[in-house]
Design a protein around this ligand. Structure first.
Ligand SMILES: NC(=O)c1ccc[n+]([C@@H]2O[C@H](COP(=O)([O-])OP(=O)(O)OC[C@H]3O[C@@H](n4cnc5c(N)ncnc54)[C@H](OP(=O)(O)O)[C@@H]3O)[C@@H](O)[C@H]2O)c1
Length: 255
C-alpha cells in the first residue's frame, strides 16, 4: 500500500463561530482539512475556533460575513482570494459549506414582511448569490454542502417561511449540481433534525425536548457534533459519487 502525500484541502464554512458550523470546522480540521470560517457578530468566538485549530496543528482563518448582505459578496470574495494567496499560496479552495442561518419563531398570522424578507435574504438569497460569487474559486471536483433542515420535510407551527426556504435550498442544491456538473463539483444538502444549539433562542423547555425526543427513533435531541462529524466526513473523496442528494441527520425524526 502506498500512502499518498496529498495536498491539504481547504473548506470555507459560513457561520463557523457557534453551534453546528463551529462543530463542522473543528471536525474538518481534525480530519486534516484547513478552514476559512465566517462569523457575523461573534468575532471573539470565531477567533477562538480558529485559534483552537491553529494551536492543534491545523490552519484556519476567520472572516466576517453577513450572508443577508449580497452587496458585500464581491468584496468578501476578493478577501477570500487574498487570504488564499497569502496563507495557502493558492487561488482556489475545495469545499463550501453554506451553514449560516437564522430561525423563525412566528406563526403565519404574525409573520411581517420584515421577518419574511430577513429570512429570505439570510437563508436563501444569500446562499444563492454567495455560492454564485464563490464558485469560480472552488476547485474542479470540489464540493458544496448546503445545510437544510428536517423542517423542509415536515411541518411545525411557527416556522413556515423557514421550512419553505430550507425546502427551496434543497431544490437549489439539485440545480447547482446540474449546472456545475461539467466542473465535477458535487452539491449536496444535509438536513439536521432538532439539534441542541443556541439557534432561535435554544432548544426550548423540557416538555418540548421530551416531545421531540419521543418522536425520534434514537430517542434524543441531537448535539452539534452529531451533524459536524457527519458533514466533515462528507468532505472527502470517499463521498465522490454522492451528488445532488438530501441527507437527513436527525436520529430518525418522524419516520
Ligand atoms: N439547531 C437546529 O436545531 C437546526 C436544525 C436544522 C437546521 N439547522 C440549520 O443549521 C445551521 C446552523 O444552525 P445552528 O443551530 O448552528 O445555529 P446557531 O448556533 O444560532 O449559529 C448560527 C451561526 O450562523 C451565523 N449567522 C447568523 N446570522 C448570520 C448572518 N446574517 N450572516 C452570516 N452568518 C450568520 C452565526 O454567526 P455569529 O455567531 O457571528 O452571530 C453563527 O455562526 C442553520 O442553517 C440552521 O438553519 C439547525
Amino acid at each position: 500500500m502506498e500512502i499518498e502525500n496529498k495536498k491539504r484541502k481547504i473548506a470555507l464554512i459560513t457561520g463557523g463561530s457557534r453551534g453546528i458550523g463551529k462543530s463542522i470546522a473543528l471536525n474538518a480540521a481534525e480530519r486534516g482539512i484547513d478552514v476559512i470560517l465566517t462569523y457575523n457578530n461573534n468575532s471573539d468566538q470565531a477567533n477562538v475556533v480558529a485559534n483552537t485549530i491553529n494551536n492543534n496543528g491545523g490552519k484556519a482563518v476567520a472572516l466576517q460575513l453577513d450572508s443577508s448582505k449580497t452587496a458585500s459578496f464581491s468584496n468578501f470574495t476578493a478577501q477570500v482570494s487574498q487570504v488564499l494567496a497569502k496563507e495557502w499560496n493558492r487561488d482556489n479552495f475545495d469545499y463550501l459549506v453554506n451553514n449560516a442561518g437564522i430561525a423563525q419563531r412566528t406563526l403565519i398570522k404574525d409573520t411581517t414582511e420584515d421577518i419574511f424578507d430577513e429570512l429570505v435574504n439570510t437563508n436563501f438569497k444569500g446562499v444563492f448569490f454567495l455560492t454564485q460569487k464563490l464558485i469560480p474559486l472552488i476547485s474542479d471536483g470540489g464540493q458544496i454542502i448546503n445545510i437544510s433542515s428536517g423542517l423542509a420535510r415536515f411541518a411545525f407551527p411557527g416556522v413556515a417561511v423557514y421550512g419553505a426556504l430550507k425546502a427551496a435550498t434543497e431544490g437549489l442544491t439539485r440545480y447547482f449540481a446540474k449546472e456545475y456538473a461539467e466542473r465535477k463539483i458535487r452539491v449536496n444538502s444535509v438536513a439536521p433534525g432538532a439539534i441542541d444549539t443556541e439557534f432561535g433562542g435554544g432548544k426550548g423547555d423540557e416538555s418540548h425536548c421530551n416531545q421531540i425526543a419521543s418522536m425520534t427513533a434514537l430517542g434524543r435531541l441531537g448535539v452539534a457534533d452529531d451533524v459536524g462529524a457527519f458533514v466533515a466526513s462528507l468532505l472527502s473523496d470517499d463521498s465522490r459519487f454522492v451528488n445532488a442528494q438530501r441527507i437527513e441527520v436527525s436520529g430518525g425524526l418522524f419516520i
